[in-house]
Write a new protein. Structure first.
Length: 444
């Protein structure tokens, strides 16, 4: 029973939040005349000593005490005696744990934001280096149209920007204080919840005591944000894996962010990317696990909710590793821009440019231009080519006599990329603008 009932093996990481909550609660009790100033002073001094012991990793993990709240309170009692036994007035472990967990999650969101910003900074730096570098853009993993490498990297910047906004929304919604709700019904003591909320940096106390102790929406939302971030990192990791393979040869991994083989000495494996991709599955499992735990629980507190913290802690630990790994890899990748440009020119990737030219310069309906371009591609294929640069005006005239004697547009990948100047397009000028805007957003 001790083993299944105890949460101290994992909730001990909440000790800072538990101490902070206890400090604010004791100050409020003293301000309201519920405990004496002398008892509050003893409690604050004792909590200083408890904090020092935790910092020194000198607090015993006692399963009999069940959780971090009882560990702190018991040690405080050993240090200061009777005053410690007054601390739990007008609170319950139910509102205490909900408050601690919100404080921890708020801190975690702040750390996520800072870490994501570092990865964004790495992406922006590499995009700035490669605003003119040409690579193939893919649909269905088939060469589609040429794009710039900088444009491709900035797509991930935008994804991460949305991730940061989601975490910011999560922080805004979770920043309400459960403390003072007691077990589920509030308390008969004349407490000042606004004072406690302000001391702990909450925007306000929670409105309904039942909701305050029952709610774990904030933890689920944190996991949802983390899962979405993990999906984005996994997509980037997958591209690094593909790009680093010999058939692609787009990137070379640094020794610091790759591993060798136990039998093949030539190997440079993208293990960090593969683990980021794999960790996404575990993080999704954490989100799903907590949702399933919460889906059938009646109000208010049930012991099932003790299982709220392990998935959040696991996802937090994993996503921190993933962000750090992707930041390191992005910063250290060596791009083979010659190889990228070579592949970008395959698969008739500038066919859309030809169709657009027929529409723009010859007033041809796009569907007709699409048909003419398809016929031009077939002509080039019969010659064994893989791009449209060998196409001539006579070739087009053989498809449509109205095109006889025309001057063909620039159908090189360089010409294609340079022409994509629409807002949000891949042209180097647009990439440089996007990089400049991102640097402003990041404050770099």
């Amino acid at each position: 029973m001790q083993e299944i009932n105890a949460s101290i093996p994992f909730d001990k990481r909440l000790w800072r939040q538990d101490v902070a909550g206890s400090r604010a609660h004791a100050d409020m009790l003293a301000s309201c005349g519920i405990i004496s100033e002398e008892d509050n002073a003893a409690i604050q001094d004792g909590l200083d000593k408890v904090s020092a012991e935790f910092e020194a990793n000198d607090v015993e993990e006692n399963l009999a005490l069940e959780d971090i709240h009882m560990v702190v309170e018991t040690r405080l009692n050993e240090l200061i005696g009777d005053a410690a036994r007054r601390l739990h007035t007008a609170r319950s472990r139910n509102d205490q744990v909900a408050t601690d967990f919100r404080l921890w999650t708020r801190d975690a969101v702040g750390e996520m934001d800072a870490a994501i910003a570092e990865l964004q900074t790495a992406l922006v730096a590499r995009a700035a280096e490669h605003s003119n570098s040409i690579m193939p853009g893919f649909t269905h993993l088939q060469v589609a149209q040429p794009v710039t490498l900088g444009h491709h990297l900035m797509a991930y910047y935008e994804m991460l920007k949305r991730d940061r906004s989601r975490f910011a929304d999560c922080a805004r919604r979770l920043n309400e204080m459960p403390l003072g709700s007691a077990a589920l019904a509030g308390t008969g003591f004349n407490i000042d919840r606004d004072q406690t909320a302000a001391a702990l940096g909450f925007d306000r106390p929670m409105t309904n005591s039942l909701d305050a102790v029952s709610d774990r929406d904030f933890a689920i939302e944190f996991l949802t944000c983390t899962a979405q971030l993990a999906l984005h990192l996994s997509r980037l990791a997958e591209e690094v894996i593909i790009w680093a393979s010999q058939p692609y040869g787009f990137v070379k991994l640094s020794d610091g962010w790759s591993t060798g083989s136990s039998i093949m000495p030539q190997k440079r494996n993208p293990d960090a990317s593969e683990l980021v991709r794999g960790h996404a599955g575990r993080i999704l499992g954490c989100m799903n696990g907590l949702m399933v735990t919460m889906k059938g629980l009646p109000l208010a507190y049930s012991k099932d909710m003790q299982n709220d913290k392990p998935p959040v802690f696991e996802a937090y630990d994993l996503i921190g590793l993933c962000i750090a790994a992707m930041t390191g890899m992005v910063s250290s990748l060596t791009f083979d821009t010659s190889r990228m440009e070579e592949v970008a020119a395959t698969g008739f990737s500038t066919a859309t440019d030809l169709a657009d030219w027929l529409v723009r310069d010859h007033n041809m309906p796009f569907r007709d231009a699409h048909h003419v371009t398809g016929a031009a591609v077939k002509i080039c294929e019969t010659r064994g080519g893989h791009d449209l640069t060998s196409l001539t005006a006579d070739d087009l005239a053989s498809i449509d006599q109205a095109l006889a004697g025309c001057t063909l547009p620039d159908l090189s990948v360089q010409g294609s990329v340079s022409s994509r100047t629409s807002p949000g397009g891949t042209a180097p000028v647009r990439v440089k603008e996007a990089v400049a805007a991102a640097k402003k957003e990041l404050g770099i």
